[in-house]
Design a binder for this molecule. Sequence first.
Ligand code: FES
Length: 388
Amino acid sequence: MTIMETDIPEVSEPNSFGLQNGRPAPVRSRRMLEPCWAESDVMDLVCSQVLAVTHDVKTFVFTTPERRPFDFEAGQFITIRVEIDGELMTRCYTIASPPTRPDRLAITVKRVPDGVVSNWLHDNLEPGNWISMHAPAGAFVLPEEDAPKYLFLSAGSGITPVLSMTRTLYDLGSEADILFVHSARTPADIIYRGELEAMARLMPNLRVVEICEGDAPTERWMGLQGRISKPVLEILAPDLNERETFICGPAGYMASAKSLLEELDYDMDKYHEESFDFGAPQVPAPTAAPPIEQGSEEEAAAGFSIEFARSGKMITCGPDETILEAAIAAGMRPMSACGQGMCGTCKVSMLSGEVDMKHNGGIRPKEVANQKVLICCSKPLGDIQLDC
Ligand code: FES
């Protein structure tokens, strides 16, 4: 079907932020402006828009007053810091906006039971409010060279990173064959439904398939019903093995989609997944350690001492514990968010000692060379002293 200029719909719904007539709005020159986070890992950004996307999902758009550009890759996440009831809390959210619209950065957040930070954002964050954010991070990103074919699989608010990827490919006029399969409970829960369907109308190489478990109170679902399954994948993607697959959603969804792909003999080298559930710190609850006698064999097996130079605290880190786990077990509350060595929130300087650090990209080689460590994924190799 040929799309005439006059066929392009006015996309005016709130989910079209950054778009003008279905295309990115022009941005003013930023030639002289340093990108955000160029000088510091943490920046204060102003919330410029709050958009109600569905009955329980909002998008929060951030800018800087000087409209400095945001430098990130589609699929990455940011870590926000907020103070709630006097306690500083950090959470990671994937970025929903595309890097091709660099004057804004948007996160799309679902209200969830017990979601302390998510619910706080829904109830409190308004245009004009400031919020601290760590630099974007994460390796769940589009390949450097455009793949010939993509399969984006998502469920619920796990849509955000693959939405950023799709918006990016759309803005860049990618010629890749893109199959976007999103699962939701009901049609009323499909996040950015209007925009996805509008993009698919304008981009012949983008196919959007929505699967709902049931009807919404005000809409009977006429599309694919149920959950993602082997027959559905076989019909939608007979060329499955030619596609680079990106998947994000709740843990149960990801596990079943992954095993479906394995059953279909999918080449897992082309499989990329994002943990949807890193919004809450992945650290154990504090436990009371039994007292250890000084000089005993137990003491040697009990691990190494960690000195927090600034606070003057001294704790013991067990042989299988990360520094973060040991600190929490000792009643401390160090800054952390993803708990998986990805976001960089828990980065500190090490004054002495050595650690075994198994990170996932949350720290740069230069920082490692400068004795910085991520405490969520580091185990001491001896007694250590930290600058915090
Ligand atoms: S908490 Fe994210 S890197 Fe440590």
